[in-house]
Write a protein that binds this ligand. Structure first.
Ligand SMILES: [Zn+2]
Length: 104
């Protein structure tokens, strides 16, 4: 019996065929495939969660900073991404760094 996944298997070299098939390498492949799928699902979930808006974090500047080309002087209000904690501008609907949807 030949393995139906052998064309997709990155480590296929015939051990899963013949009278003494060694499936331990198949298990390795399955674990890798499972982990890759899980990673993709996790990334998908993260992307979906970023589409649900989160309340922006407001701070009062303690010192002058630049956000993009805009200068925020000491004492002015600044906005921060609730997901990755980076400075964003008041006109951003999404964080320019991580893509998180922002609610003001
Ligand atoms: Zn962010």
């Amino acid at each position: 019996m030949s393995c139906r996944y052998k064309n997709e298997c990155p480590s296929y070299s015939g051990w899963c065929e013949g009278p003494k098939p060694d499936f331990s390498k198949c298990v390795q492949f399955l674990i890798t495939a499972y982990e890759n799928t899980k990673k993709q699902l996790d990334e998908c979930r993260d992307d979906r969660e970023k589409q649900v808006s989160k309340k922006v974090v407001r701070k009062i500047q303690k010192e002058d900073i630049m956000i993009g080309r805009i200068k925020f002087a000491k004492g002015t209000k600044s906005y921060w991404c609730p997901n990755c904690d980076k400075a964003i501008t008041g006109t951003d609907h999404h964080c320019r760094y991580c893509g998180q949807k922002i609610e003001f």
